[in-house]
Design a protein around this ligand. Sequence first.
Ligand SMILES: Nc1ncnc2c1ncn2[C@@H]1O[C@H](COP(=O)(O)OP(=O)(O)OP(=O)(O)O)[C@@H](O)[C@H]1O
Ligand SMILES: [Mg+2]
Length: 329
Amino acid sequence: MNRQIIAGVIEWAEEIGDPSLDALRAGGVATAARWAAQRGVSMSSHPRHLAVIVDAAGGEGEIDRRAMFGAQVAATLRAQRAHEADRVLADAPVRVLPEQVTDGSNEVRVVELNLPDGSTSVGYHKPFDGIESDVAAAFGDTMPAQPMREVAAWHVARLLGPSVSRYVAPSVLREVSYPPDEFYSRERIRTGSLSRHVPGASLSLTWEHEVPAEQVDTLAFFDAVIGNQDRHRGNVFWDAQTRSLGAFDHGYAFARSAEEDLLNDSLFLEKRIADGRAPLTKDEIEALRAFSARIGEVTPLLDSDRAENMRRRVETMLRTRRLPDVHVL
Ligand SMILES: Nc1ncnc2c1ncn2[C@@H]1O[C@H](COP(=O)(O)OP(=O)(O)OP(=O)(O)O)[C@@H](O)[C@H]1O
Ligand SMILES: [Mg+2]
């Protein structure tokens, strides 16, 4: 298993062209662990790193999340290079702003991006080493995989087509240089997800009266596909000017069918089902078929048990032609 862990870390280092590649190849697991730790990823041993997976035939197997981790990072970096807009987000010069985000459980920093056309834009950086580990443990995580899920959710939105992706914040994985602060005397490079700013504010208590049913239904569909566990009123913005939703914070999407997971926990899914619109539309079935054919573009970014659950969710939705019930796979 140690060899697999090292191989995953080397794949990640190759992907970013890290100069310590030779040392990593020559070194053992301690070298790989140190390299990963410098990027905010702890490789410490813990029995919960082992996850049980059930294959399609019902057979059980074990996977070590640490062994997959480096390869997931590498796959994420690779996937985002396939799209011009993502490359821009991943490569644009970026500056951490002093502004602090206080309404989340993880460390999230506001950054300013300088885009190639000379304009600036705001983004939100969620570094691996700023993830709140108690919350992560409550969601059954043993590795800080949130940033990869943020990016994977964006790729799912894109693969479902523009009618879905227009309501979802684009997200990439990238390094950002943090200036010295009260705790660190030197600049630090931190890796994490970077999502593009969506305008607006959290949904009001009476959001049902404002948001058009078509947008509710679209995000219900999206949340069902990504197996969202965390779509509360604070993880989506409503822009009253353009009358449009903007969804972000997909760090805890891609639920497994494990006991501790809150499957399909989404206010949009609840609303759409309560209003009697659980059957999928023709367009949704078509989008799901197209997604199913290209699902392999997203699964390498995810833990294999989470990816397997998404495959099953998509198959079930295509077979039943309806949304899953809330809290059911
Ligand atoms: N793409 C975005 N557009 C606009 N605001 C954003 C975006 N991403 C993050 N934010 C702001 O930063 C806050 C924290 O981000 P986010 O919800 O992703 O973090 P979190 O710590 O994972 O939250 P939670 O506690 O819900 O798990 C959000 O509540 C929102 O105010
Ligand atoms: Mg949040």
